[in-house]
Write a protein of this length. Sequence first.
Length: 256
Amino acid sequence: MYQAHPTPYHTLVHIGAGATENAAQYRTPDLKRAVLIEPTPSLITAVTEEAAEQPNAEILQKAVSDRNGRANLSVFNLNTCNSLRKPTGISAVYPGLKEIEKVKVSVVAAGELISSLNLAPDERHRLVIHAPGEELSILRSLVSAKKLRGFEAVSVYCGNVPLYENGPSADDICKLLYAEMFHIQEIPDAETGPAMLNAIRNEARIDNERLKSQLEALKAELVETERRITLMDMEIAKSSAQLEMLKDLFARETVK
C-alpha cells in the first residue's frame, strides 16, 4: 500500500481521479488547491460528491494525453482499467475484463493543461496520474512543456509490463522520471498487477546539474576571456613594434 508523503503540498493535480482506488488519500485537508480530472461521464458524479467537502477543488471532465481533440474512451466493467487504448496485457491480469461501452471524450495535452493551471513556482505541487496506457505520453508532454519538474512528487498508476497497445512499462516510466531528476521511491510488483509508482524530485541532482551548467558557463567565459587577452597581447605587440619603428625613424631624422 502506498504511504502518503509526510509533508503537505499546496496543490494536487490528479489525472483520473474517478478511477483511482482510495483516491481520497491524496486529498489532504491542508491542500490549498485540488485539480481533479476524470474523463468517464459515469464517474464524474462520484468525483464531484467526494470533492464536495473540499472547497478548493476544481473538477475537469477531460482525458489527458499528448494531444488535443476528441477520442473514444473504452469503459470496462472495472473502472480502474478505462483507457483510450486497446487492452493487451491488462486482460491477462484481469481475465474477466469486459468492455461495457465506448464514449467520446475531450482530450487535452498534458503540457497545455498544466500550463493553464498557472501553478505557483514557489509552492509545492503533487501530480497523480491514473490514465491507463497514456502514462508515458502524459509525462513526455509535460517534459516538452518544461512542466514536469514543477512537481515535487509524481505518482503514476502503471504495470510492471505494458498493459495496453503501445503503452509503457514501469521501466519506461522510471527511465523518463530519472532523466528528469526524480528519485524513484516505489515501483509496482510484477506479481500483483498495476499499482502506483512513486517518485520525488531529487533536489540534490538538480542542484548538481545547475552547478555543472554554471561551471560550464564559467569555463566558456574563461576561454573567451583568454581569447580576448591573446588578441589584446597581439595588438599590444603590434603597437609596440610600430612604436619602435617610429622611434627609430625619429632618431634617424634627428641625426640628419
